[in-house]
Design a protein around this ligand. Structure first.
Ligand SMILES: Nc1ncnc2c1ncn2[C@@H]1O[C@H](COP(=O)(O)OP(=O)(O)O)[C@@H](O)[C@H]1O
Ligand SMILES: [Mg+2]
Length: 414
């Protein structure tokens, strides 16, 4: 096993456009790192440079303590894990797992030993003589992993392995991969454009936009303390709402009403600015009639016309259209397009308790948890309200979780 260290990695294809632009990223030994971003942001290109399938234009790629820029893929000892259809249908599970060893002309005795060991680890011992067609989706995924494990590679690399599967199978596979990675403790880089996979699988997530690394952190850090509009909008579903606001002293005048900045740090972030974008996650809203007096006092209420409601049993969403100045509205639409969003209008999405009786057409009283709002610079997109102390705390928490999972693995039998 090995760490993967990328320093100022650039990839320019023939047309000179940098598909990957100055990316520096350290994947620790045994870490599960996710690369996420919209289609075309350079995820696959970066992964292929790690494996050696793509030349590196400039920068340094290290695996363990060795610079591998000019090392052939075969010599890098990494394993790309493919989707289940990459299994050979005419071969047994045993021979599917043994495949890379057969290619390397490994003696029979050793093949038998290593495949048996790997199958044990993956709970495939009973299935070694079966063909892939007779296995469940989860078992096939384990065979594909087995083929990677049997080679004793230094790291696993996945490129959107679940994107062709239906939602149910995708959910199962996600759990399977997470469990295996934690059990084996092999350094893993996993590419996806699906933010649910990004949030649930990795120790840390690296967000890419147009070839440029935006932020690297635990899922919680990205969600709670995004560095900019892009990360804030990409992580979380439904997305964070961005409301244009003019600043009047310690008040933000938004299309949904005035919000007081009682937190001095937030007031300081807005001070001296005319216009900002206010970021409020859907769940930071609630039907005011369902909020107790104590909690109510920690936030603020606004009145807004609800356009549509969606009741989902465990929660409900309400949509609140609003007017925005033309230039900011255009900027928000552009961001939504880039995030692969389908939001055509400026509207806030509000998550309400399922018990709420707010209905379409109502002039509703909504409570806002103002402690959780973010303020963004509309020109640069920078989050002006990131809390560095909290970021450090979340970083320590993530490290503790990672180490305890690793400890649990070492204690586990086998
Ligand atoms: N072989 C290639 N030649 C030229 N341009 C490419 C090639 N492969 C990818 N690109 C371009 O590089 C950018 C990043 O592509 P890619 O890494 O495949 O993105 P992602 O995996 O994030 O969807 C895109 O603009 C894509 O069009
Ligand atoms: Mg790709």
């Amino acid at each position: 096993m090995a760490a993967i260290t990328m320093s100022n990695i650039v990839k320019k294809y023939g047309d000179g456009f940098p598909a990957v632009n100055d990316v520096s990223l350290d994947v620790q030994d045994g870490e599960f790192m996710i690369l996420v971003g919209p289609s075309g942001c350079g995820k696959s290109t970066l992964l292929r440079m790690i494996v050696g399938l793509e030349d590196i234009t400039s920068g340094e790629m290290r695996i363990g303590d060795k610079v591998v820029n000019t090392v052939a893929p075969r010599q890098r000892n990494l394993s790309m894990v493919f989707q289940n259809y990459a299994l050979y249908p005419h071969l047994t599970v045993f021979e599917n797992i043994a495949f890379p060893l057969r290619l390397a002309k490994t003696p029979d005795e050793e093949v038998r030993r290593r495949v048996t060991e790997t199958a044990g680890l993956l709970e495939l011992t009973e299935h070694l003589e079966r063909k892939p067609a007779n296995l469940s989706g989860g078992q096939r995924q384990r065979v594909a992993m087995g083929r990677a494990i049997v080679r004793q590679a230094d790291a696993f690399l996945f490129d959107e392995p679940l994107s062709n599967l239906d939602a149910k199978l995708r959910g199962q596979m996600r759990t399977e991969i997470a469990r295996l990675q934690r059990r084996l403790g092999v350094t893993t880089v996993y590419v996806t454009h699906d933010q649910t996979e990004a949030m649930t699988l990795g120790d840390r997530v690296a967000v890419l936009r147009k070839g440029v690394l935006q932020q690297v952190g635990s899922p919680r850090e990205l969600y709670e303390q995004p560095v900019n509009l892009f990360v804030a909008g990409f992580i979380g579903s439904p997305s964070m709402n961005f409301l244009p606001a003019s600043v009047e002293g310690t008040q933000l005048v938004t299309p949904l009403g005035r919000l007081d900045l009682r937190d001095p740090a937030k007031a300081a972030a807005a001070a001296g600015r005319e216009v900002v974008l206010v970021g409020i996650r859907p769940e930071a809203f609630e039907d005011a009639s369902l909020v107790g007096a104590d909690k109510r006092a920690t936030g603020q209420t606004v009145r807004a016309r609800v356009d549509v409601t969606e009741w989902l049993g465990n929660e409900q969403f309400a949509y609140v259209p609003y007017e925005a100045p033309a230039d900011l509205a255009a900027q928000l639409r552009e961001l939504s397009r880039e995030l692969d969003g389908d939001q055509l209008r400026t509207q806030a999405v509000v998550a309400l308790d399922a018990a709420s009786l707010i209905a379409a057409g109502d002039e509703a009283e909504l409570w806002v948890d103002t402690g959780r709002l973010h303020i963004f610079d509309p020109a640069t997109g920078e989050n002006l309200t990131r809390d560095e102390e909290r970021v450090a705390e979340l970083g320590r928490h993530a490290e503790r979780v990672r180490l305890s999972q690793r400890g649990a693995r070492q204690d586990a039998p086998g």
